[in-house]
Design a binder for this molecule. Structure first.
Ligand code: ADP
Length: 441
């Protein structure tokens, strides 16, 4: 079975978030299931373009996209036009290379138009191709003003909507795809109930049984504290306590925090956005100083949150709070490897990968009980879940965490348990394979 994945990003070729991790790892798990995965990415001029996914035999193709610089991705109009063009180019490229997918697996809004283009402009070459659209974040819908598409390069899309003012690439993808998935069972339920559907409840309801939640996995060849070349000290189950302690001391030194094993370090690596609960962290931030807890934040995102966080880059807060506004793979890994706890106070979380990475690196997650966080963290067993992203509930979870911190045998029991968790892709890859098989009959 040939499965072609197409998306805006794929680690390690190009990564801005969890979508990149997924597109770079799910295909690897599919190779063992009699699937030949192929990945089609935008031929961004600013990336290196290897023909194979590193350390695999998985082919990567690059379809043209009319963008010159990475910053243009943040210009809505340019990005919308670019991905409409890219979506058409994906189909032309596959045809040109004579790769006829059994499944064309599209990820997120950027490629939401592909299932629609296949339906609206049937092509004999793709007659047996079935489409799947996976929603990694339903809040990002690629809403586009139709006049923007009045170019010759996007004529085919424009023609379909000439009487509309606006369209949503994601909604069109949901309507046209043969099947739609999201990245955890709990989030699938949240979407169906409507609360987490961001206006797309009806479109999803119409899919009926063709909408399911399949949890993301973690690629342990990439996220393994024993082999990670980017962290200062490697560790495994046996060397966990020592490895974490040295990484923590080195992180405290590197970031000019107070150096002591006694202060619990709380890590946070995320897009700085409302979704990720940054307003809540800002509301609680003084507590870290008052209660002698250390907070290490690494992220980029909304300018207003970046500015708010920068207020804590002062001498007064320096021993307790470290604000790092960059996208830094090495520092991210050091934080996972050093932190005693890891904060994920998200308002909603389709799956979330950071809790799984944190667990693999022995940092106990403290997270809202939503979406994939609820599906992967066992409350008081492998982490601390709280019901709602409010000050009161977050505070209560922090108190539970601190009680465990004071009870060191208990803390170490939980920490060891984290490293035994197995979120590998195998089971989820099988679930995707079942859905593919149903689709192609
Ligand atoms: P998202 O909703 O942003 O995709 P996920 O939890 O699914 O969130 O995945 C986030 C991924 O991006 C993780 O691999 C995380 O380590 C990484 N990441 C997020 N912010 C940064 C950053 N500033 N520097 C390095 N890695 C980051």
């Amino acid at each position: 079975m040939i499965v072609v994945h197409t998306a805006f990003e794929c680690a390690p070729i190009y990564k801005t978030g969890g979508l990149g991790d997924v597109v770079g790892s799910l295909p690897k798990a599919q190779v063992h299931l009699d699937i030949t995965p192929v990945i089609v990415l935008p031929a961004y001029p600013w990336i290196k373009k290897p023909a194979l996914l590193p350390d695999t035999g998985i082919q990567i193709l690059y379809a043209p996209i009319p963008l010159r610089e990475e910053s243009e991705l943040h210009n809505s109009r340019r990005a919308r036009i670019a991905f409409a063009v890219f979506s058409q180019n994906v189909l032309s490229l596959l045809k040109e290379k004579e790769i006829r997918p059994d499944i064309l697996h599209c990820h997120d809004w950027h490629v939401g138009l592909i299932p629609l283009l296949l339906k609206a402009y049937p092509d004999e070459f793709f007659a047996t191709t079935r489409t799947m659209l996976t929603l990694h974040n339903i809040a990002f819908q690629g809403n586009t003003s139709v006049p923007w598409l009045r170019h010759s390069a996007t004529k085919r899309v424009h023609e379909l909507f000439s009487t509309h003012k606006k369209i949503s690439y994601l909604k069109e993808g949901i309507k046209a795809a043969d099947t739609v998935t999201t990245v955890s069972p709990t989030h699938a339920r949240e979407i169906k109930k409507g609360g987490g559907a961001f206006g797309l409840k009806d479109a999803i309801a119409k899919k009926g049984k063709q909408f399911v939640g399949i949890i993301n996995g973690l690629d342990y060849t990439i996220w393994n504290p024993h082999a990670d070349t980017l962290i200062p000290v490697n560790f495994n189950q046996k060397t966990l306590a020592h490895g974490k302690a040295v990484n923590k001391m080195l992180l405290q030194k590197k970031l000019y925090l107070g150096v002591s094993a006694d202060f619990p370090v709380f890590g946070l690596v995320a897009r700085l956005s409302t979704q990720k609960g940054i307003p809540l962290v800002l509301e609680m931030i003084e507590q870290f100083l008052e209660r002698q807890m250390q907070l290490v934040i690494l992220g980029t995102g909304d300018k207003k949150y970046e500015l708010e966080l920068l207020k804590y880059k002062t001498e007064k807060y320096a021993p307790w709070i470290s604000i790092n506004l960059s996208f830094d793979e090495k520092l991210a890994r050091h934080i996972y490897a050093a932190a005693d706890f890891f904060l994920i106070p998200s308002q909603y979380e389709p799956c979330g990968l950071t809790q799984m990475i944190a667990m693999a690196y022995g940092a106990i997650p403290i997270a809202t009980k939503v979406g994939g966080l609820a599906d992967t963290i066992k409350n008081n067993v492998t982490g601390f879940l709280f019901k709602e992203p409010t000050h009161k509930h977050f505070d209560e979870a922090l108190n539970r965490a601190l009680l465990v911190w004071q009870d060191k045998p208990m803390y170490h029991t939980i920490q060891k348990r984290l490293l035994r968790q197995d979120f590998s892709w195998d089971k989820s890859a099988e679930k995707y394979a079942e859905v593919y098989k149903r689709l192609i009959g």
